[in-house]
Write a protein that binds this ligand. Structure first.
Ligand code: AMP
Length: 112
């Protein structure tokens, strides 16, 4: 998608610190971190939201990449949260499916 910010990050057209990646997905820091560690994991292919996922193994592998990043960032043992905001009530603001990895402090529950 020409006007998708996360596609541009995946393509290297917008700068981001590439924390981990493979042929299909990329992890980079959230620009407005909500926790000491706040990383986004995206598929490199444009997928607007969970509704549009066709290859569900990719979503599983995005979690595996998030776990690797959690270990790399030193928050695997203290704990962390992964979530995918979807739709209006889920407060999805970027129309390219992404997994949030949050940690480095105790996460609030319920998140509000
Ligand atoms: P969501 O509300 O789940 O759609 O989350 C979108 C996230 O993308 C927000 O946490 C934003 O801070 C983050 N974000 C938007 N633009 C960028 C960017 N250029 N680099 C990194 N994170 C971004």
């Amino acid at each position: 998608m020409d006007d998708c910010i996360f596609c541009k990050i995946a393509q290297g057209k917008i700068p981001a610190k590439r924390l981990a990646e493979d042929a299909d997905m990329l992890a980079f820091p959230d620009v407005e971190p909500q926790a000491p560690v706040h990383v986004l994991v995206i598929p490199k292919k444009h997928v607007p939201s969970l509704h549009d996922v066709q290859d569900w193994s990719l979503v599983g592998r995005m979690h595996a990449l998030a776990l690797k990043v959690a270990r790399d960032q030193g928050i695997a043992d203290s704990g962390f949260r992964v979530l995918i905001n979807t739709g209006a009530d889920g407060v999805q603001t970027v129309g390219h499916v992404h997994l949030h990895l949050l940690g480095g402090r105790t996460m609030l529950w319920p998140p509000g």
